[in-house]
Design a protein around this ligand. Sequence first.
Ligand SMILES: [Zn+2]
Length: 343
Amino acid sequence: MTLLLYSPRFLDHDAPYMAETPDRLRHTWALLQQQGLPPGCRPGAPRPATRQQVARAHDGRMIDRLHAVCRGGGGVIDPAPTVVSAQSYDVALLAAGAAIQAVECALGGEPAFALLRPPGHHATPQRAMGFCLFNNAAVAARQALADGQAERILLIDFDLHHGNGTQDSFYADPAVLFVSLHQYPIYPGTGRAEETGAGAGTGYNVNIPLPAGAGDVAFQRTIDEVIAPLARRYRPDLILCSCGYDAHWAENAVAGAGLQVSVAGYYRFAQGLRRLAQECCRGRIAGVLEGGYHLDALAWGVLNTLAAFGDQPAIGDPLGAVLNGETDVDHVLARVKRLHGLA
Ligand SMILES: [Zn+2]
């Protein structure tokens, strides 16, 4: 079975001026209802994280400030822009709780996906930014490590944007091997290949900065040439995925973005991660939602990720493949492999 965690409460984080809207999940949930969940996929209701659980990954003053702004009716938390409503603090706790549950479920042997918002991967230990309040993946990873359920977590972020917050969370920590595929250079400006970790974490931060125009081939090559060899070397107890769908080609019109992954490409990528989890950690794989703003690309991407996590065939790709050729990524992969001893 595959557990799908979702709550309509995630729609209650509804603040003006943000592209990260409740419609993202409303639309995705509607498609899941209309198409039916993939075979073997069961829905579940998330429980909120406690303040103590969130505080494993975030500074207490940051949590208190977010709480105070929401209690006061909401407002701008960060100029990036990150805006909150009165409900946002509670919804953010529920999102972090969903991520924790997804990881617990995966560690118990059942793949899981948390269809949540607000997203998390830009939130650093000290700062909410880029639509992200709490770093859901970081909170969940910290919880699994604190519980002694895992000693090594491979955290893969395939959102279009660099997961700067997750990188900051584990930059000096070898207990999490962080791999981020992202377009570079765009928001938030970090994510160079040369950012490889610090102290005991040196070598455990792997950035794959892709040029505009990279797509399905680049994503597949990244698994084959970087992620799979890294996973075999690292021997993780769990693969945790920060799943963003804004690298889809249709986002070009929405966000001025520039990668060209297709829904079918997302399926193959998720399938590759699932197979790697079967090979390295008894199939323990969990995903948490990050970005994705083109509503159909997001919804079909999530549906196909669920299918891949559950070892089911692809569901279909009504948006189709991009017609342009893809930008070559030979030089990027060569640099990443050299920096991490994979060449
Ligand atoms: Zn993004």
